[in-house]
Write a protein that binds this ligand. Sequence first.
Ligand code: FUB
Ligand code: ZN
Length: 638
Amino acid sequence: MRYYQFPKADEVRIDGGFFGHYMDIMADKALPYQWKVLNGELDGNPTVRNFYIAAGLETGSFSGVPYQDTDLAKWIDAVGCSLAGRKNEELERTADKVISAIVKAQDPDGYLDTYYQLVCPEKKWTDPESHELYCFGHMIEAGISYYEGTGKRALLDAACRLADHVCRVFGPGENQIHGYRGHEIIEMALVRLASITGRKQYEQLAEYFITARRDHPDLFYQDSRREGNPLDYGCWGWGDPERESSSYEHVTGHAVRAMYLYSGMADVAREMNDPAMQNHCAELFRDVTESQMYVTGGIGTTSVLEAYTYPYDLPNGTMYAETCASIGLCFFAQRLLRFQNRSSYADVMERCLCNILPAAVAQDGKHYFYVNPLEVNEEACRKSPLKTHVKPVRQPWYECACCPPNLARMLLSLPRYLYSWAEDRINIHLYAQSEAKLCPGGREITIEQQTEYPLHGEVRLRVRCGVSAPLTVALRIPDWCSDYSVMLNGTIATGKMEDGYLLLERDWEGNAEIVLQMKMAPVWLRANRNVREDCGKAVISRGPVIYCIEEKDNGELLQDIEADYRVPLTETVRRDVDGFLRYTAVIACGSRSAEQSGHRNCLYYPLTEDRRTVSVTAIPYCIWGERTAGEMTVWINI
Ligand code: FUB
Ligand code: ZN
């Protein structure tokens, strides 16, 4: 079995282009803004204060949601990722200071969850739905990222104490809790901590949690009945005894929890070298991405329990499509790439990273989407009970604010997603303006990418290798791309295609230049005919970028527009979004109801050919709502 390693955040530097732009937003605008929010400057948000109270540095009582701690943990995680690539002394000092309060707040036995510590210490580990392991997991991840970004161990040591505590409390032993608790993430965190510290017990505990959910899927249900807990997120275990299908066979339940569970499962499947579990993960990935994923990379169909429903149920205006769920989908895809190098995993990461995830933050870094709609009408968001969770504009913050700091850590950790390698091979998963120093088989290889991808389809790669040795450079050919060429040092390069990667097998001594040209033209996509919502509609895409139409360009009543997909699409370059890059808008030909129709005010009237021709302007989904609020739709009537 071949396993691939991914870079640490400081081994790759993304320095411009589309992805660099979003990393800049996060580092320069979002991190300072989020720090102010977490310190209560926006609306009295109590996150940082809770830690100061728990540390005995301030007086007062806990406030916020029970898992409020994770917002700060994710922020520190993001700071760690950012500092790995760009030094910022002031930011580091700020993080060091709050970390010392966090360390002070930790109990001598390693426990750290300010809600339980301050509100109900007697209830620690008693509630099957508690977010304690979620808080622990995020803090462990923060400790690791901060250590990787700065070399400082204070939070990493606290993370080890957290993990040691969980190892004592959970497990098969007589005086331990058998089973698991609430929201996943601890599994991924433990495996990552084991690989940093070399402590196998953390990995074994992750395996214990994963297999406990598989072997005792009813454990939570028994507990929850005992506790009279009415919640049913359907993703406590892989098998759900009370549902037709189980989340072991099909992706069901809470969208974020499921992705975190499966990501942890993929980590365990790799570490335990378990091919059956690995294939199982691949099946689950296929299940979610082939029948329950939006064209933007969103997942999670309904706001009721923030869950999946059934295959091909993908409503555009009432969906959930939480930002964190697509972040979880990227975690899952990247973990699968560690043991199965298939382009379909990186294609999904790219779909999320070019569409739903950048759409979730405004260019000012101060406004965010939690729910990511594919169709918006402001009045419906205010008045329809089915849409009250849908916001027509990005919000400064949320009461349950899991998404903004999660997005910061995701986008600032992007360097970790570009490449993977084994002894004799480097896989290039994502194209982004960047420089990397990688060491497959102990040889130092640098790769520079010059590109404006995904806004343009040309990628120039300069590969520098000190020592001559055979090496395969595997270029992902994205799923959207049917017309491409590859030049190596000025001549056409050919190679075998394997699982969506073009393999360039050579002795790579000295400098080499690869030029990958992917023809990027706008096209119409349609949905599988089982997706009832999208019948009679199509979406415009250009490369991996999904487009939408907005009221700002096309007037109100977007549902009145019918596009003529037989007329070729044209392009126009624009720079009209404050703070954003130059981008390509796409123009389609379409029609609308005639202005002068005598039936204008009738609710129903006889069908006629009474339509006028209009041009329809589409812009990348990631910048919807940036210029002004108004109607938006991704799927267009055809
Ligand atoms: O429960 C913590 C977070 O809140 C979940 O990850 C999100 O889906 C939201 O429910
Ligand atoms: Zn979230």
